[in-house]
Ligand binder design. Structure first.
Ligand code: ATP
Ligand code: MG
Length: 652
């Protein structure tokens, strides 16, 4: 493992030649972005069409108590017009969205920019007819279908603020979000097929709305045509309405700082926060990162496999790609339906050029064996990306060999709901990669590593601590919806003058950044600080281990002990001898200090709906303090937790 992580993968020469940014250009542009942010971002802002051009660029302060973030503050634009209308002159007949349905037997759809324009205008007129006005909140609870993108863009067109809630969430979680943002309208669909099974979205929305104001309207997209209950006067048939309203709708001029959307964080670390993003700065940053990180060129087919319910779907399925006039793919289903080759079948079928997914998906597919990927023609792929968690080197190398076939640079992109777009990532034509490292900062981003004990900046190149950002960037969140104080307290209080990411980080001698996991996930064993991610990485490098989660627990001698939850590969039986084998394995991979004190076999791990392990729950169980688990509303499968409590190893 150690060897894999230290192998440097140079930029393929052919790639660098055709890339937007090579090594020299990266260095030059990065320097310019730091030396003269106003000049740099003033220039980048021109990638959008402004109704009234901005005269000011950056006006931001991170001073605790006065935190205020504004970019392009006197500019006026419309986000939907930037994603659609301005492309009509040159690419009206180009495909904007490729829709691949859950069932591979159903036909894919190709929606051109001209069609997108009409659909979004009609959808916007339906919203207007329901009395939705500028600044009103609209909750979108939809499957991964084109109508989800139409709904988002329709809101943007009329200046309403959308809040997309992932369709896997329960009625309770949906109700909380509707109420937190005070939505006037909920947009949903009748039912949502996913992996061959259907989720009853409309009836979930019905259940949620029992806990909301009776003024909230429910707009229903009849997607499958399945029967649902219908409340006259409250429920609206979107497709029927779309057919009867006008096919055009003017794009409302909006201020750059008007909120575009609210998105609740995934809740890995606590109660979800309603992250607010702006119109102008957000779109500049989403478009720019999409173009450079993925080295997107005109005519490429771009596929981000995230759900639109996550920020990744916002920035890299909808806003970034469409602002760039790209062809973006939307997939309704799951990676393992009808079989574990589905992702690669889609890449083959639609001749995908850039593919972006999460380490959790790569690990799951890796566990199914390489034959599922090896049989497809993946020759159109030029670049691969990952996001969401640190990627363990084995998964990186598998992705590189089996999916990229050794030809495609891999961009490991570190960013957050809060950052709007990529913050630390290789630019594929410029920066050599190392499996597991997010490498270098994007333009305008100044990462710093702070000493967690006193907050001072660690300036040596090779160092380790907590990751913070020194100055603002246009895609930064502006506030927590309705709670600016929580915004300041969460991100600006602990380390004064910086944006605090909550993540731990190491910088190596080459200046490359390695995210080590959440700061809460750093443990101290006999005086040695270590990221739990490192131990997890060692465990999953073992051939019999499918997944692992590691947390600390109070230990009478060491301060903290290492508690590992281990999921074995399909068909492998747990045994005491396997436990000793794993202990020995970690000992040789990392060192005696990292040997787990307790190993619990875990048939499943508690994950958020976006596939992230909720370590705070595992920590409670490991501490034998499972009475108060905190907010578990975003868990994908709550039953996993009971099983783990029942078989916990620490009963002291
Ligand atoms: P919450 O803030 O509610 O706890 P969350 O942090 O899981 O939820 P997101 O904004 O979706 O919500 O995730 C951002 C986090 O994901 C980062 O802070 C980091 O911990 C992790 N992450 C994202 N990309 C990477 C990456 N490439 N490498 C390592 N970690 C990553
Ligand atoms: Mg977070």
């Amino acid at each position: 493992m150690a060897d894999q992580a230290h192998t440097i993968h140079p930029v393929p020469e052919a790639f660098a030649t055709g890339a937007h940014v090579d090594a020299a250009r990266y260095a030059e542009m990065y320097q310019a972005s730091i030396d003269d942010p106003d000049g740099f971002w003033g220039e980048q802002g021109k990638r959008l069409d402004w109704i009234k051009p901005y005269t000011k660029v950056q006006n931001t302060t991170f001073e605790f108590g006065k935190v205020d973030i504004r970019w392009y503050e006197d500019g006026v634009l419309n986000v939907a017009a930037n994603c659609i209308d301005r492309h009509l002159a040159t690419r009206a007949e180009q495909t904007a969205i490729i829709f691949e349905p859950d069932n591979p037997e159903d036909p894919a759809q190709h929606i051109t920019y001209r069609e997108l324009h009409e659909k979004v205008c009609r959808f916007a007129n339906v919203l207007l007819a329901q009395g939705v006005m500028r600044g009103d909140r609209v909750v979108i609870y939809m499957p991964m279908i084109p109508e989800a993108a139409y709904a988002m863009l329709a809101c943007a067109r009329i200046g309403a603020i959308h809040s997309v809630v992932f369709a896997g969430f329960s009625p309770d979680a949906l109700a909380n979000r509707i109420n937190d943002c005070g939505a006037k309208v909920v947009i949903t669909a009748d039912t949502a097929p996913r992996g061959g099974r259907k989720t009853a979205l409309k009836s979930n929305a019905d259940a949620a709305l029992l806990h909301c104001s009776d003024k909230v309207r429910c707009l229903v997209v009849k997607h499958t045509g399945d029967q649902t209950t219908w409340i006259e006067g409250r429920d609206v048939d979107v497709k029927a309405q779309m057919a009867s309203v006008a096919p055009d709708c003017p794009a409302r001029p909006m201020n750059a700082e008007d909120p575009l959307f609210i998105l609740y964080t995934s809740g890995s670390t606590g109660r979800p926060k309603g992250v607010v993003h702006s119109s102008g700065g957000y779109l500049v940053f989403a478009a720019m990162t999409h173009q450079y990180t993925f080295d997107y060129h005109d005519g490429d087919v771009f596929w981000c496999s995230a759900d639109v319910g996550w920020v990744t779907g916002h920035s890299y399925i909808v806003y970034g790609p469409l602002a760039n006039g790209a062809t973006t793919l939307m997939f309704e289903g799951v990676p393992t339906y009808p079989d574990a080759g589905r992702f690669w079948a889609i890449c083959d079928k639609h001749k995908v050029n850039q593919f972006y997914t999460a380490p959790t998906a790569i690990r799951a597919l890796m566990g199914q064996g390489p034959e599922w990927v090896d049989k497809y023609d993946l020759s159109t792929l030029k670049l691969l990306g990952t996001v969401g968690e640190p990627i363990n080197p084995e998964a990186w190398v598998w992705y590189d060999e089996h999916v990229g076939r050794g030809r495609c640079p891999i961009v490991d992109t570190w960013w957050q709901t809060e950052t709007g777009g990529h913050m630390i990532t290789p630019l594929p034509g410029a920066i050599p990669t190392k499996p597991g490292s997010a490498t270098k900062p994007f333009f305008g981003v100044q990462p710093v590593i702070l000493d967690p004990t006193d907050g001072h900046e660690l300036t040596e190149t090779a160092t380790e601590g907590v990751l913070a950002i020194k100055d603002s960037w246009p895609g930064q969140m502006r506030t927590v919806w309705g709670d600016h104080e929580r915004f300041q307290k969460t991100y600006f209080e602990q380390y004064k003058g910086y944006y605090f990411s909550g993540d731990g980080c190491r910088r190596d001698a080459d200046g490359d950044y390695w995210i080590t996991g959440r700061v809460d996930d750093v443990i101290n064993v006999s005086g040695h600080r270590m990221g739990t991610a490192e131990v997890e990485s060692a465990l999953v490098a073992h051939a019999k281990v499918a997944e692992a989660a590691v947390v600390g627990y109070p230990h009478p001698v060491k301060g903290q002990g290492i508690y590992a939850y281990v999921t074995l590969m399909n068909g492998i039986d747990p045994s005491d001898s396997l436990k000793s084998e794993l202990e020995g394995w970690v000992r040789t991979e990392i060192g005696p200090i990292a040997k787990p004190d307790l190993i619990q076999w875990a048939p499943g791990l508690p994950k958020t709906r976006s596939g992230k392990i909720m370590r705070r729950i595992l920590r409670k169980i490991a501490e034998n303090d499972y009475g108060a688990l905190g907010d578990t509303s975003t868990l994908a499968d709550p039953s996993v937790v009971d099983e783990l409590i029942e078989n916990r190893m620490n009963r002291g």
